[in-house]
Design a protein around this ligand. Structure first.
Ligand code: FES
Ligand SMILES: [Fe+2]
Length: 371
């Protein structure tokens, strides 16, 4: 990741040298509801093929989706429960030669072996990833060290004010044709709202006005500290009461927006997950305590999609320019959050390389912009 190069006090040219995916951190892997007990799905995360499965007891697990024998995706095979696997525990059977692997990645059986062919089967392993399922989200820890089953540093984020078994009330997923950095910067960018999301129900261009928001460092990132949201957004108005909102961002690409209005809470979780260098998944989930919103779900869903679609269309358009590898700019103050994102990534990377604790580079600041 290249450092921003100062041109003058307010303008930075920024070599967005993209390609770096952070390791040793939790990534959003899959919505829990997409995985029934006994099911497996294939995903690519950070350019790595990953099998995400759920055993008969409901526990999720993740393995590298490549059989160490001859490379066939294990997710194309069969998942046996402990009773029927023949090896005493849940096992994935490769469709090619039937090697079986436990959910911890250890090989449990090679059917072609005859007595006397004493290969130490359990020493054959497929990479295993630590997994957590909380609040309906399956998180996968991608360690830098492929060999070791290291204990994860830290835990995935929790939506404050909701129980661990609370599931999102609504969820939408979209795929953007860009690198994670462009997706993250695009979603945290405060200046694009009145242009990209211009519509009668959200913003009009006339509604642009000056804003000043206080920011502070937060876990693995920063937060726009709690405040009364802008009066120009209709969506906040339907919540009733005097709404307060807090928006936080944390590495690798997690945005949590908490809105409280009277005794009710609405929390939005946006997870930005890199599939590969040019593909990024955006999963937007909402948790709420308002029965009214649950009733409105059929109406809300198309709005949610339309909103994300506006961002996706802009990112697609941006790709047309990025093909020519232009230099890009990050200006004060509207792009300061993007600058922080780069600093946070660099710090995460350097702290990891130097084996020292992560030091949050963000300082409490008030940012001003018109939007
Ligand atoms: S390729 Fe998987 S068992 Fe041979
Ligand atoms: Fe947007």
């Amino acid at each position: 990741m290249a450092r921003p190069r100062a041109l003058c006090g307010h303008l930075y040219a920024h070599d967005l040298e993209i390609g770096l995916f952070l390791k040793d951190i939790w990534y959003f892997g899959a919505p829990g509801e997409t995985l029934a007990p006994g099911a497996m799905i294939h995903k690519v995360l950070l350019g790595e093929p990953i099998l995400i499965g759920r055993d008969e007891a409901g526990e999720p697990f993740a393995l590298r989706d490549i059989c160490p024998h001859r490379g066939v995706p294990l997710s194309a095979g069969k998942l046996y429960d402990a009773k029927s696997s023949g090896c005493g525990h849940t096992a994935v059977e490769c469709p090619y030669h039937g090697w079986k692997f436990g959910t911890d990645g250890h090989c449990a059986e090679i059917p072609s072996l005859v007595p006397g062919q004493d290969i130490e089967v359990s020493r054959i392993r497929v990479r295993h990833y630590p997994v957590r399922e909380v609040q309906g989200n399956i998180w996968i820890y991608i360690a830098d060290d492929k060999r070791a089953d290291l204990a994860p540093a830290g835990e995935p984020p929790l939506m404050p004010g909701f129980d661990a078994d609370q599931r999102p009330n609504i969820r939408e997923k979209m795929t953007f044709s860009c690198h994670i950095d462009h997706a993250v910067i695009g979603l945290m960018d405060p200046a694009h709202g009145p242009f990209v999301h211009r519509s009668w129900y959200w913003r009009t261009q006339k509604s642009i006005h000056e804003k000043a928001k206080a920011f502070a460092p937060a876990e693995l990132g920063f937060a726009m500290v709690e405040h009364a949201p802008s009066s120009n957004s209709f969506a906040y108005k339907i919540l009733g009461g005097a709404p307060r909102t807090e928006i936080s961002f944390r590495l690798p690409g997690i945005r949590i927006e908490r809105i409280t209005a009277g005794r009710h809470r609405v929390t939005g979780l946006t997870c930005v997950t890199p599939v590969d260098e040019k593909t990024t998944e955006i999963t937007q989930s909402f948790y709420w305590t308002m029965p009214l919103l649950t009733m409105l779900k059929p109406v809300l869903r198309p709005f949610m999609r339309a909103f994300l679609d506006q961002d996706r269309a802009m990112v697609d358009l941006q790709q047309e320019g990025l093909r020519f590898d232009p230099r890009l700019m990050l200006i004060n103050d509207s792009d300061v959050q993007a600058k922080w994102y780069h600093r946070l990534k660099t710090e995460w990377q350097e702290a990891g390389e130097q084996g020292r604790p992560f030091e949050n580079p963000v300082k409490p600041t008030t940012l001003r912009w018109r939007s």
